[in-house]
Write a protein that binds this ligand. Structure first.
Ligand code: SAM
Length: 264
């Protein structure tokens, strides 16, 4: 992948990238095209996280029926406004606390982003809690492992469980570090998540349950969930030991525990 690279045309002269905000801009036309294809954005309502200088934004605007973007760096917001004007619904904010439900409204929407390395997991957790119809996310290789991790894997946690329960996930492309400017220290991959038909009324409550269940990895579920009384019965019904830890339980068991504790 990522052959046929062209020089970055999306990093303006004189712009100094902010390392702390994970600013590694896409500089490969072939990778940009491949991500745009993977999004299946045609006629859809899209949210872009961290548009940067607009590498993906331009193609998204051509395809989507509506595009909103959330960018934390005010300098980049100015560049984006100049480049795209009123075509783009741009929110200068941190995606971790921006009011995304108000931005996207009640209709189905899809997420896309080349995510900043420093906040990949919190951003993915936020997105999972908002239940978009699909997500096409470029993340560094190590971060991608979380989507596919299995019980007892080192990185098995809320991202792995929520992904397995609520989405069909696949890696759609690999992009070496040479596809970015400035060049990061690791390679990236694009992961695509498509919402399955498992019902979920309240993604925020489910993610908050998962964060609590995994909050202290060495503690039992019972301790992490503050001695929730109904838990013992639920674990017994699942044939799981009373001292089970979240890290040893498969995603469907954790979903059943959530449902029986909060909706039983
Ligand atoms: N999409 C652009 C591209 O592919 O060239 C930029 C990707 S760069 C890896 C990550 C972008 O996310 C940067 O523009 C950065 O300023 C922005 N960003 C970082 N943290 C953010 C946050 N918490 N909320 C919103 N945007 C953020």
């Amino acid at each position: 992948m990522a052959s046929n690279q062209t020089q970055p045309k999306t990093v303006p002269e004189g712009f100094v990238p902010n390392k702390a905000l994970g600013q590694n801009f896409l500089a490969s036309e072939s990778v940009i095209e491949a991500i745009l294809d993977a999004t299946q954005a045609g006629g859809r309502r899209m949210l872009e996280i961290g548009p940067g200088t607009g590498a993906l934004t331009e193609g998204l605007l051509q395809r989507a029926s509506f595009l909103a973007a959330v960018e934390k760096d005010g300098r980049l917001c100015e560049i984006l406004r100049e480049r795209f004007g009123a075509q783009l619904t741009l929110l200068h904010a941190d995606v971790l606390d921006a009011d995304i439900p108000a931005l996207m409204g009640p209709k189905a929407w899809h997420a896309v982003g080349n995510l900043p390395y420093y906040a990949t997991t919190p951003i993915v957790l936020r997105l999972l809690s908002l239940l978009p119809e699909s997500m096409t996310l470029m993340v560094q290789k190590e971060a991608a492992e979380r989507f596919f991790a299995k019980p007892k894997d080192r990185v098995y946690g809320p991202v792995s469980v929520a992904t397995a329960c609520l989405y069909d996930a696949a890696t759609v492309l690999q992009a070496p570090r040479s596809c970015f400017r400035p060049t990061p220290e690791v390679d990236s991959v694009v992961v695509r998540l498509v919402r399955n038909d498992v019902p979920m009324q309240n993604g925020e409550a489910f993610l908050s349950f998962l964060k609590q269940a995994f909050s202290m990895r060495r503690k039992t579920l019972y301790n992490n969930l503050k001695q929730e009384v109904r838990l013992s019965e639920t674990l017994a019904a699942l044939n799981a030991p009373a001292d089970a830890r979240a890290e040893a339980l498969p995603p469907d068991a954790l979903l059943r525990i959530y449902e029986s504790l909060y909706h039983g």
